[in-house]
Ligand binder design. Structure first.
Ligand code: Q46
Ligand code: ZN
Ligand code: ZN
Length: 344
């Protein structure tokens, strides 16, 4: 297999681009795709301070590395969610990455700083973990961006993530979410601008990027993600992509080009007026924001181990006929995956 650019030995084939690349030209391809996404969608400029949402996984570390390689002023934010050994491994990986490159990593520990962790919040609220997790992450990214003087928050959502979210939104005709699905969410009433510079790269490409750059990332998936519909949508799209390379790219980018605008009025109409939370000052539609209400409810509760939650969650879902939790899981995970805000 020869590199399409230099005819040297290729290390990866990209069927949707009908190309093979050697290490050097694949890394350049990744940088070009990210640079193109940033320019085309006017994500940020060379003087902007970018806050990268870091999880220790391949996408967020590849994103941080790529932004630094492209010369941007990017610092990381890692949130310790307290999800057992998964969070321990994520913390170690994120810290090691930042230290090895001399980069600034901001850290928030949910239990130390806010008195709860995600498994406990899920048990106390009797909602699926992704619901309180997505809410907590969005609030803390916004807060650190605001207090730290960052111009924009960048998340590691890739083409597979965005295409899967789009498929979910289309299958259920979530027109309000369709109107908000974009690689850029502009700053609004105290919420920082949010961008997804990896939208032109697939999951396989970000993983290959990490391997070729020697980036050590956690392969383990969050144990709380098991069974969510988002993963099934990815599998379905992978089957279509295998049969017809380029399907995911066309599905997502043609949606942006030809259909997204049609849903914008609906998304705008659903935007309610915002005012500062009387407790923390974050923009909210209520008197006290959803994050402060969550903290109030779960702070100091007896910690619930991940394993216990897993079995309880499954029992509860069976008893309730799956409906309510299934929908909540999907909304939480989908919004978390899309980096979007859902109203509480
Ligand atoms: S970390 Fe949190 Fe994800 Fe785990 S609990 Fe759900 S939202 S799956 S991106
Ligand atoms: Zn080459
Ligand atoms: Zn608040």
């Amino acid at each position: 297999m020869k590199c399409t650019v230099c005819r040297g030995e290729a290390v990866i084939d990209l069927r949707r681009h009908n190309a093979n690349f050697c290490r050097e030209h694949f890394l350049r391809f990744c940088r070009d795709q990210v640079a193109k996404a940033i320019a085309e969608h006017r994500m940020f400029g060379p003087d902007d301070r970018v806050l990268v949402a870091v999880s220790g996984g391949k996408d967020s570390l590849a994103l941080w590395d790529l932004l630094v390689e492209l010369g941007y002023r990017a610092e990381g934010l890692y949130i310790d969610l307290g999800i057992g050994s998964y969070s321990e491994a994520s913390t170690a990986t994120s810290v090691a990455f930042a230290e090895s490159r001399g980069l600034t990593l901001h850290r928030v520990d949910l239990r130390e700083e806010h008195g709860y962790d995600i498994p406990t919040a899920a048990a106390v609220t009797r909602r699926v973990p992704c619901s309180s997790c997505g809410l907590s992450k969005r609030h803390l990214f916004d807060e650190v961006a605001r207090t730290g003087g960052f111009d924009v928050v960048a998340t590691g959502h890739n083409l597979d993530d965005e295409a899967a979210v789009l498929l979910g939104n289309v299958l259920h005709w979530q027109t309000e979410y369709l109107g908000r699905q974009a690689p850029v969410l502009e700053e609004r009433d105290g919420f920082p601008k949010k961008v997804k510079p990896l939208v032109r790269l697939s999951e396989r490409e970000t993983a290959a990027y990490c391997v070729l750059r020697g980036i050590d990332y956690i392969v383990e998936e969050c144990p709380m993600a098991a069974g969510n519909r988002h993963l099934r949508y990815k599998e379905a799209l992978n089957a279509l992509e295998a049969a017809s390379p380029g399907t995911k790219h066309a599905f997502y980018f043609e949606f942006l080009d030809k259909a997204a605008d049609r849903f914008r009025p609906e998304a705008r109409a659903s935007q309610e007026e915002l005012r500062p939370c009387t407790s923390c000052g974050a923009p909210t539609t209520a008197e006290v924001c959803a994050f402060c209400r969550l903290v109030e409810r779960v702070r100091g509760a007896e910690p619930v181990p991940v394993e216990v939650l897993g079995s309880k969650g499954r029992r509860r879902r069976r008893r309730n006929g799956a409906a309510r939790d299934g929908a909540a899981a999907e909304a939480g995970a989908t919004a978390a995956a899309a980096g979007e805000r859902v109203r509480p």
